[in-house]
Ligand binder design. Structure first.
Ligand code: ADP
Ligand code: MG
Length: 153
């Protein structure tokens, strides 16, 4: 499936897109989020987690590289902004990235060489104060299936 764009006009619409995405994810899905500071990566991650049935998404991983939540699947929320390239190889990320949980990674570009091939890339762009564009790029079987289901629900 080709890339797919979604536009949200408000915070509420972003949350609803995130919850919808979360509700259809399968074990082992990796989601790479890209976008400037304030684009909405953390906001979107929290809604995905809510859609996965997590009911306590209070912490933001500003000081933790990885936060773990439990929904109908384990959710691993990465924020690797502070990680420098050299560290990444030694962090044991594979344990999460190749698990049956769902990984959602802010600033994924910093660890792109560690990501599985079948990753769903989402580029978020701020187009106005409350408007955001979500550019979904599936890259593999699992990610493509998610896109197909998302389009049909
Ligand atoms: P990031 O993690 O990319 O730095 P955050 O999710 O922390 O971004 O911040 C996004 C900010 O933009 C939040 O304050 C949120 O309320 C605001 N916002 C306004 N409109 C939207 C929208 N349509 N989608 C997502 N966030 C929005
Ligand atoms: Mg953030």
């Amino acid at each position: 499936m080709a890339a797919m764009k979604f536009t949200t006009k408000s915070l509420e619409e972003t949350k609803s897109l995130g919850r919808r995405l979360g509700s259809i994810l399968n074990p082992g899905q990796v989601i790479a989020l890209e976008g400037d500071l304030g684009a909405g990566k953390t906001t979107f991650t929290k809604s995905i987690a809510l859609g996965l049935g997590v009911d306590d998404v209070v912490t933001s991983p500003t000081f933790n590289l990885i936060n773990e939540y439990m929904g109908r699947l384990p959710v691993y929320h990465f924020d690797v902004y502070r990680l420098d390239g050299i560290d990444a190889d030694y962090m044991g990320f594979d344990e999460y990235l190749f698990s049956d949980g769902v990984c959602i990674i802010e600033w994924a570009d910093k660890i792109k060489e560690l990501l599985p091939e079948d990753t769903l890339y989402i580029y978020i762009k701020k187009i106005s104060e409350t408007g955001r564009e979500f550019d979904f790029k599936p890259n593999g079987k699992k990610s493509n299936e998610v896109m197909e289901v998302l389009m049909s629900c």
